[in-house]
Design a protein around this ligand. Sequence first.
Ligand SMILES: Cc1cc2nc3c(=O)[nH]c(=O)nc-3n(C[C@H](O)[C@H](O)[C@H](O)COP(=O)(O)OP(=O)(O)OC[C@H]3O[C@@H](n4cnc5c(N)ncnc54)[C@H](O)[C@@H]3O)c2cc1C
Length: 685
Amino acid sequence: MSSDKTSGSDPRRVDEPNLVERLVGATKRTVGDALNSVDADSFYSVGDDIADTKAPAVPIDQRWDERKFNAKLVNPANRRKLSVIIVGTGLAGGAAAATLGEAGYKVTSFCYQDSPRRAHSIAAQGGINAAKNYRNDGDSIYRLFYDTVKGGDFRSRESNVYRLAQTSVQIIDQCVAQGVPFAREYGGLLDNRSFGGVQVSRTFYARGQTGQQLLLGAYQALERQIAAGTVEMHTRHEMLEVIVVDGKARGVVVRDMVTGELETHFADAVVLATGGYSNVFFLSTNAMGCNVTATWRAHRKGALFANPCFTQIHPTCIPVSGDYQSKLTLMSESLRNDGRIWVPKSGEDKRDPREIPEAERDYYLERIYPAFGNLVPRDIASRAAKNVCDEGRGVGPGGLGVYLDFADAIERLGRKTVEAKYGNLFDMYAQITGENPYETPMRIYPAVHYTMGGLWVDYDLQSTIPGLFVTGEANFSDHGANRLGASALMQGLADGYFVLPNTINDYLAAGPFAKVDESHPAAVEAVQAVHDRVEKLLAVKGTRTVDSFHRELGHIMWDYCGMERSEEGLRKAITRIRELRTEFWSDVLVLGQGDSVNQALERAGRVADFLELGELMCIDALVRRESCGGHFRAESQTEDGEALRHDDEFAYVSAWEFAGDGGKPVLHREPLVYEYVEMKQRSYK
Ligand SMILES: Cc1cc2nc3c(=O)[nH]c(=O)nc-3n(C[C@H](O)[C@H](O)[C@H](O)COP(=O)(O)OP(=O)(O)OC[C@H]3O[C@@H](n4cnc5c(N)ncnc54)[C@H](O)[C@@H]3O)c2cc1C
């Protein structure tokens, strides 16, 4: 059942050739069929398994070179005849637009902000990983690969992760060449620090503003191409539909957010670099504008959506302080290098933390995980924080907080050193909470931060719609069930600067494709669908604000599809989301008109998509009856309450096919085969 009747018919062109058809049968069914019996009739159906067919069958350290060598090239003169639309100007999209522009392709770039450099990537604080081994502490490409596969709880594709580790080394060189001001050691080498889930120091950083500095680098490169005329930039334009012609992605429908005008743009290929969808939870550390619309619209047109329920909950965020709040603030993971996490041993202990003696504190991460201590991966740290709070030992209002204490670090290193490393983060904390973290421990609690799920892509970063490529957080590709800290920037820049520019050529070499313009039936239909949807939102004229629906959806998602999930809770959530979606379409109030700036209208469209995505996330979580990554499934735990994976049944990527409004989504599984890292239950003890 679905209440969204914005488009009269199933928007997919089922008669069109689809990559899914080419991918199924490429692999034997290797995943257990036990899940078929549980919910198949009520919520979803199971389709054929799929596989990535692009990674060459050679040893893993040769795959990327081999793929680059075998991919068809486009000679520089022909590149000028080929066009690419890139939606998104964060690290993934900005880097891709600059690189493809420099290569000579005709690029058209879109973002909804007023400047490409306001993309959400600018918020990234802590750093970016690379296997440079500057510290001579045993790091290597293989170790970064190993850590990432293990950190992702064995739910990512080995080929992609290995390539990511290989490419990491080039990223740092590229960014240094652009002038990104990474922190340096006294001797001049770039400095490194550690992030969770690893025992080496491989995180490059620019104070607590790494994303900002990296984005300025990409932005300058992009601006250079804009000035050179290879990139045409459209700010304040929101993409609301993909145009699919003869089975290929050939364009987009965008809304000019100032005039409300709907425009069509066409190209030989389309790239979505539109970021993650954490804001489905309403409260998250993401920028307020982050949304799922671009990828969700593509999903409705035939792109499979992979692992939608894999959400990262970050352990070090400033706790929620009240109902009025619409945004949560991250305290960078880098703080766990020097801060120690603890709660009082007794839940009754309400003293000022500075008055609680050492013997009465529980440094629970150091106690439970002595090998990694405060630097366990995010999922482990988040769940441990939740556990101590559930035991009644949480601190601060409502008992939903733990201490992150710098007293030892200040004594050991001196306040000046701590200030130099983390000063801007401490200032931010003081401004938000009114407490001085140099004198009293910070209070932190887990919050939604990143989405590992996204559109399914093959090794070439191509989705199941030919010609539609997806990069950065918008795709599902590299992080499995849990992303290690400082690996998102790495992936975004790897995709944008190095991977996509070496794979999209293989597709474009067959172009330029037949010219398409706005009179093509597929374009007319896409524009009409967007127009009808805008009109429908404006016509409801109900009584509830968009935000009130969003907030309620967020509560449902957090309660039932957050850190802990259960069959009963997820079923309840699905029912409630369906009801909420019906209420939305009959009672939402969107003031103003469509032909001018209208932020309520923008938000309404995004929340409508979140209301569809939320249901798929819960269905995905329902199917995955195992605990993996930060997703604790109540029915799947060891005797002592630890998370329990079920590799025999769930070692696969779940890739969902849209089955039309009211249809049951179809689950395609991509079995995950581990040839290089032995699958085992993770231990950070
Ligand atoms: C507070 C915070 C701190 C972080 N710190 C780190 C860190 O230290 N290290 C790390 O590795 N990762 C970090 N991350 C994660 C990392 O910042 C993101 O995963 C990454 O920046 C995403 O980059 P992106 O290019 O994929 O997308 P984004 O930067 O989100 O860019 C998305 C782009 O798409 C555009 N867009 C989206 N939808 C549309 C549409 N419909 N139409 C037109 N344009 C659209 C937007 O305008 C924007 O330009 C952090 C995240 C947060 C929230």
